[in-house]
Structure formats: C-alpha cells, structure tokens
Ligand binder design. Structure first.
Ligand code: HXC
Length: 519
C-alpha cells in the first residue's frame, strides 16, 4: 500500500466512524427530533474547535454475534474543543450505535476524557443519550460505570462537570449525571429513572409512562434532579455555553470577568416602591434581580423547582455571582425542605468554584407542620445553614423585608460569616412576626379580656407596639448585625462596591478530612 493509499484509508475510516451506526439509524434519530452525537458537539463547541480522539476504538466482545457488529468509536464520541475560546473536554453518547449503550471500551474512552480534563483543569461535559449498560458486556459494563462514577466524585469541586440528558438515561447510568454539578434535560425526548416503567409495574403495580416517571418536566418540577428544562437539543446545548460563562475552568481560578456597559452607579428608583405597603402582599423577587444585575441578565437555575426560593447566576460590573433569593410570590418565600436543599446545593457549588454569593432576604420563617417535620426539615434546613457557614467566598446579604427567626440566621446572616450585610429601611428583622409574638407574650392578658371589641383593640395595640419596636432594621443595625441600612434604589451600586472590596478576601476553614454536612 503506497503512502497515498494509506492516507486514503485513514480518510475512509474517519468517514465511516462519523457515520456511527449508519444512515438509517441517523435518520431514525432525526425523526425523533434528536440530533446525532457529532451534530450536538458541532453545535455546542466553537466552530472547528473540536478535536476527536479514540475514533478507532472498537468493543472487544465476541459473544452474541458482536464480533460481526463493530463500529468505529464504539458508541461514544470523545475529545476536546473550546467554548468562548476556553478549553473543555467532552463526551457525547451516540444512540445510533447499540442504542448508545456503554461497553468496557466506551467507558475507557469517557474515563480518558475525564482524566485529561482533571490534569489540565478544565470542565468536562457529558452529552447523554444511551440505553444504559451494554447488555452483551454484562459486568464489564457495570465496572465501566463505576470507573466513571469514581472519576465524577474525584472531579467534584475541582472542575465543573455538566450533564446534558438528550435521550434515555436509565438504571445506574443516572448516577453519573447526578454526581455532576448541573443536569440539563430536553423536553419530551429525554428521561431519567432508576427503574423503567415496566419494572415499576411488575414490582409495584403502578402504571406510568416514561414521561410521567422521569421526563424532563417531572425532574425539573418535582424531583429537582434536573437543573434546567430545555425545549430542544439546541437550547439544551446553549444552556451549557451560558452556564460555563459564569464559572471558572477549575477551583483554583476565578470566574471570568467581562466588561459591561451597564453603569455601576445606575440608580433604580423603582426599587424604592417595590415593597408593598401591606406586609401580606407579595411582589416578584425576579423584578428586583433584573433591576440590579448587569443588563438585567439572570440565568436562573432550578427555575421550576421549589419556587419559593430563587437561585441563579448574574453579573455585577462584569463579575460573576450566584444569587440566592427568597421569592415572596410563592408561599410567601417561606423556607421548606425542598427550597433549603435547592439553595444549599447552589451555595456549595458557588463556594467550590469561587463564585461570590449575593443573598436577597425576604423570608417569613420555616414552613410549619407535620409534613415538613416528618420530611426532615430540621436536616434540610441545616444543610443551607451549613452551606452558608462553611462557604468562604465573598458573601453579601441584602435584607429587603422579612427576616424572621431561624430563617434569619440561615439566610447568610452576619454570624454565619456574612461579609457585608445590608438592609433596606423596609426590613423587619426579629424573632417572629408581630402576630405570633403578641400571641405568645400577651396570651394570658388577652384571655382575661371578656369584651370582644376590647380584645381586638388590645391585640392591635400590642401588635403595633411590637412592630414599632422590633419589625425594623435598626435593632439589628444597633448591634452591628446589619452593616448599613441602604436606600433600595442604590442597591446595585452597594453590591458592586461590596464585591470589589471583597475581591481579594481570604478565609480558610480549619484542616479536616471533610465536613459532615447533615445529608
Ligand atoms: C445493547 C442496546 C441497549 C443495551 C438499546 N440497544 N439498549 N444494545 N445494550 N442496553 C440497541 C437495540 O438493540 C437497538 O439495536 C438500538 O439499541 C436502539 O434500540 P431501540 O430499542 O430500537 O430504540 P428505542 O425504541 O428508542 O428504545 C430505546 C430504549 C430501549 C428505551 C433505551 O432500547 C431499551 O429499553 N433498552 C434497554 C434499556 C436497559 O434496560 N438498559 C439496561 C439498564 S440497567 P438495533 O441494532 O436494532 O439498532 C443499566 C445498569 C447500569 O444500565 C448500571 C450502572 C451502575
């Protein structure tokens, strides 16, 4: 074979590899509204930046007739490329080859990508679309998954790991995405479950569809497994690009900063009137967020899950921050188990990747009741408390309105190493609301009053007294728990100045093997 023939052979092999499981299966993938692995990579990465490796890897299984069914790449496309000019490693499962199922060699390819990403200190992105363990490979496939899990665990908190779910993801295979920082699911074409509908029916008798059991909507609203719900593959991949723009490449770097044309001293008069006159009236915290961030931009994480708290990424004067904010529009912004877990995970992720945290507080307290207590609100609330107290990134807290009881402490208060704690003049920082306080403190006096009108007047008088004395920011400010009471319209500027001040903050936790967060 002459040199040119050898080159031609290479070109042919490459072309064959790029066809994956063949034209027919590619057509079938398209017919389902899905893109192929290579199309996804091309869409995700900067133009012409993808460099593939292990294209010539094939499986080693001889039984079940597989020795006659061999595909170059073996069902997963791996390599590296750039996103906004920054290096990322990637693997994309190719459903056209054995339904994207995972073989021993396929797992080795993914592990290589993960090892390289760790060595270099760059994010790893997994595009999942797979029928799970390759049945013909048996336990070698299970071992392959475990090799990946171990690497997910070691990479956690070192490099960002992002999982897109763009098709099936079932059985133990779900645990790799679950171990990563973010999971993004595509509506209608992706699903995740530990056991599929057939097993569910045979074990429990319950009849459910794949969509009802583990579709993108379920995991974005009920379980919280998915951080984002994308309309289609294209949007799914766009979310990855957006997410990475807020994150550093690894835990030793700071997130990228960008220049912004949004003035740092922009005054937002609307904020001076955004808090309703009545304490029971709601407003949308997203309106506050979009008023203060650079260009009003906010990448909300877990948008449809535990909506009484809002978390997501934004920028202040080009600096990336994580925002955690109670949402008065849903359940009055109360803290419950789900919202505590949601926020705790976000706070820890920000801390792991050096993203400062801005906390906007308007919280009436923890949700009372047996439902919450039986569900372990004590432990879940403790997660958020722990996450804030452990975090060493810059922490700026603004109390807009309510900040009551245990929830006050949890929401990044001064004593949990809040670096700068500001309050609006509308803030109410106290042990409990006036109504509850009067019931507890005045209960015996109230019961002695026989006349109903007189009783109401007494209660009203005591509640007013309590409100005047305690439901304001000045008691906390008197003790230095609040560093300053600020005019609402000046919030953007004060946050920017705080973040600049704290840019070189150094805070170190005592050496330990690891903490024992109440899981
Ligand atoms: C080998 C598989 C496969 C698998 C699919 N295929 N799953 N090959 N191992 N796990 C092959 C099919 O034979 C078919 O080959 C092609 O992929 C496409 O599959 P279809 O069934 O035609 O596609 P579709 O109708 O879209 O259904 C997709 C599917 C279904 C829902 C994923 O294939 C399915 O249920 N597969 C089995 C899923 C499963 O039980 N996996 C094991 C889970 S347990 P041809 O040649 O016809 O194109 C697990 C343990 C992990 O994964 C443990 C980790 C700790």
């Amino acid at each position: 074979m002459g040199n040119q023939d050898k080159i031609n052979e290479l070109i042919e092999k490459r072309a064959k590899a790029k066809l994956g499981g063949g034209e027919k299966r590619i057509d079938s993938q398209h017919a389902k509204g899905k893109l192929t692995a290579r199309e996804r990579i091309d869409l995700l990465l900067d133009d012409n930046s993808f460099e593939e490796f292990d294209m010539f890897v094939t499986h080693r299984t001889k039984s079940f007739g597989l020795d006659k069914e061999i595909y170059l790449s073996d069902g997963v496309v791996t390599g590296h490329g750039t996103i906004d000019g920054r290096i990322v490693y990637i693997f994309a499962q190719d459903f056209t080859v054995f339904g994207g199922s995972l073989s021993e060699t396929y797992a080795l390819k993914i592990c290589k990508v993960m090892d390289m990403a760790m060595k270099i200190g760059v994010p790893v992105i997994g595009l999942n679309d797979s029928g799970g363990a390759r049945i013909q490979e048996g336990v070698r496939s299970l071992a392959g998954y475990a090799e990946i899990f171990q690497r997910n665990i070691m990479a956690s908190g070192v490099i960002p790991q992002i999982s897109s779910i763009l098709g099936p993801c079932a059985g133990g295979a779900v645990y790799s995405p679950a171990l990563t920082d973010f999971t993004i699911m595509t509506d209608q074409t992706s699903y995740m479950f530990v056991t599929g509908p057939k097993v569910v029916q045979s074990v429990t008798g319950e009849i459910v569809t794949a969509e009802q059991l583990g579709g993108a909507t379920i995991h974005s609203t009920k379980s919280g497994v998915s951080h984002f719900l994308a309309e289609d593959d294209k949007e799914n991949l766009l979310i990855i690009r957006k997410l990475l723009s807020y994150l550093p490449s690894n835990n030793l770097e700071d997130p990228p900063t960008i220049t912004t044309s949004d003035p740092i001293d922009r005054l937002d008069d609307v904020l001076n009137t955004i808090i309703p006159e009545s304490a029971n009236q709601a407003y949308d915290i997203l309106d506050v967020i979009s008023t203060i961030t650079d260009n009003g931009e906010f990448l909300e994480v877990h948008r449809n899950y535990a909506r009484n708290i809002v978390v997501g990424f934004a920028r202040f004067n080009g600096r990336s921050v994580g925002i955690v904010a109670n949402q008065p529009k849903f359940y009055a912004g109360v803290l419950d188990s789900d919202s505590s877990r949601k926020a705790a995970r976000f706070v820890r992720m920000c801390d792991a990747f050096n993203v400062p945290i801005v906390t906007l507080v308007d919280v009436p307290g923890f949700l009372p009741g047996t439902g919450q207590e039986y569900g372990g609100i004590i432990l879940h609330g403790a997660k958020l408390l722990f996450a804030y107290g452990e975090a060493t990134v810059p922490k700026v807290t603004i109390t807009l309105r309510k900040s009551y009881g245990g929830a006050h402490d949890v929401m990044s208060c001064k004593q949990l190493r809040g670096d700068l704690n500001y309050a609006w003049p509308t803030a109410e920082i106290a042990v409990m609301g006036a109504k509850g306080a009067v019931e507890v403190l005045e209960g015996s006096n109230i019961s002695k009053i026989e006349d109903a009108i007189e009783k109401l007047h007494y209660i009203e008088e005591k509640e007013n007294e309590y409100n005047t004395k305690f439901a304001n920011p000045y008691v906390a400010a008197k003790y230095g728990f609040i560093d300053d009471v600020i005019e609402p319209r000046n919030t953007r500027f004060r946050i920017i100045r705080a973040l600049e001040l704290l840019a070189n903050k150094k805070e170190v936790n005592p050496p330990k093997k690891h903490s024992n967060i109440p899981l």
